[in-house]
Design a protein around this ligand. Structure first.
Ligand code: ZN
Length: 239
């Protein structure tokens, strides 16, 4: 077990350094993610508005066609109304005229409504485009910043990752699995050095007998409170 524990101590040290590198990137990855999501949101708003616009355009064309037809009908009726012979015919034609007139009025009213709708949608679209270009400018700024920070730490990160891999292949699988499981729920800490007789992570006291066992490094001993793998005081293990 001694070898495994020594490897775990080294692994924890490497992971601490990797976490530091990650922390130096700050909330840039999150900012970049949020900006991209916002851009996507506006893009889909544009898409939605575009589809609605297309639908309205079709309805407007249909309405324009109907108004044209009503105009034709009106002209036809008006051209024959003075040549009718009977009152009945006159009444029929004049009712046709009235109908055509109201079709024109109603149709034109609808066309105006469609145009107002179109204008609204076009405003939405251009507003979205404006927002997107602002967001995109910010995004590329953040990305450049991120790139810069990554480049400066990349070499270090790669080196650490490589060392990490080398340690993992040497560790027993269940030991590594426990380390990772605890690390996930304990802010990146899987291995805890005893410090002043307490667990270095959760500060709960370790009974003296256990401390002795931990010091021997013959078994994997877990903190009963937080589950961290306990190892001797930091000073005694630094190599
Ligand atoms: Zn603990």
């Amino acid at each position: 077990m001694l070898e495994d524990l020594n490897q775990l101590i080294r692994l924890q040290r490497i992971d601490d350094q990797l976490m530091e590198i990650e922390a130096e990137k700050g909330d840039l990855p999150e900012q970049i993610n949020n900006l991209s999501q916002e851009i996507n949101k506006y893009n889909s708003e544009i898409e939605d508005a575009g589809l609605k616009l297309k639908g309205i355009e079709e309805k407007k064309l249909e309405q324009e066609r109907r108004v044209d037809e009503a105009h034709d009908q009106l002209r036809k009726s008006q051209s024959v109304i003075f040549s009718v012979k009977t009152t009945r015919e006159y009444d029929a034609i004049s009712s046709e005229i009235d109908q055509a007139k109201s079709s024109v009025t109603e149709g034109e009213k609808q066309i105006l409504e469609f145009m107002a709708n179109e204008e609204e949608l076009q405003t939405i679209i251009s507003e979205c485009h404006e927002k997107i270009s602002t967001l995109e400018a910010e995004l590329s700024e953040r990305q450049a910043e991120m790139q810069e920070r990554m480049e400066s730490s990349q070499e270090e990160e790669l080196k650490l990752m490589h060392e990490r891999e080398k340690i993992i292949v040497r560790l027993k699988k269940p030991v590594y699995a426990h380390y990772e499981r605890i690390r996930k729920i304990r802010d990146g800490v899987g291995v805890s050095h005893i410090s002043d007789g307490a667990c270095g992570y959760c500060f709960s006291m370790i009974p003296p007998q256990r401390q002795v066992e931990v010091k021997r490094m013959e078994d994997m001993i877990l903190c009963e409170v937080c589950g961290c793998i306990l190892v001797p005081e930091l000073e005694s293990t630094v190599r």
